[in-house]
Design a binder for this molecule. Structure first.
Ligand SMILES: CC(C)(COP(=O)(O)OP(=O)(O)OC[C@H]1O[C@@H](n2cnc3c(N)ncnc32)[C@H](O)[C@@H]1OP(=O)(O)O)[C@@H](O)C(=O)NCCC(=O)NCCS
Length: 157
């Protein structure tokens, strides 16, 4: 018997355009303590790889990443608050690992030590901690360490 259709099965991933920036910025404001400004997303559309996750026509998540000399890095990733915990973050990350593995051997990211949800998700897909950057992020209470995580990709597969 077929299982119940999942919401993640209905979501699509496509390139981000400037028209998406208002929706993306609205999510960013909602879910991150030090949100990127709209201009940073507009710059990223020009300079980096940017994708959005949509449900019907609504943008519910996004990721910004770079690939330079065989090394990829996630610069920003988030899911709309109302859609968190439903598998969309995992879907976006699985997609990223697939496309990035065509052009990179290693995937890097940085995450706040207090961001348990993100750390669990990254561990679940095979990222491991490689070092700690002391006092890397500003917070309302002072500074916070960043964990640098990496995952080896199956280059070209
Ligand atoms: C981090 C984030 C992208 C995860 O997206 P999500 O759609 O909520 O995650 P998923 O539903 O796909 O969950 C996948 C896994 O992440 C982990 N996870 C998600 N939410 C969690 C939570 N609140 N606590 C602990 N682990 C959590 C679990 O391991 C989960 O796997 P499981 O469902 O098998 O237990 C999302 O929470 C988010 O946008 N956070 C704000 C922005 C942010 O912190 N971005 C990352 C910056 S480095």
């Amino acid at each position: 018997m077929l299982g119940k259709p999942t919401l993640t099965g209905l979501a699509n991933i496509r390139a981000m355009t400037n028209n998406d920036v208002p929706s993306v910025s609205a999510i960013e404001l909602q879910v991150t303590p030090h949100p990127w400004r709209a201009n940073q997303f507009i710059d990223s559309v020009l300079k980096h790889q940017c994708i959005v996750l949509t449900l019907e026509t609504e943008v519910i998540g996004y990721a910004i990443y770079t690939i330079v000399a065989g090394e990829a890095e996630i610069l920003n990733i988030a899911i709309h608050q109302a859609y968190q915990g439903k598998g969309f973050g995992r879907q976006l990350l699985d997609y990223l690992m697939d496309v990035v593995s065509e052009n990179a051997e290693r995937f890097y990211l940085e995450v706040r030590v207090s961001n348990e949800a993100a750390i669990h998700l990254y561990q679940e897909v095979g990222f491991v901690e490689i070092c700690l950057r002391r006092n890397y992020y500003k917070t309302s209470a002072g500074l916070e360490d960043a964990i640098v995580m990496a995952k080896d990709l199956q280059f070209g597969l």
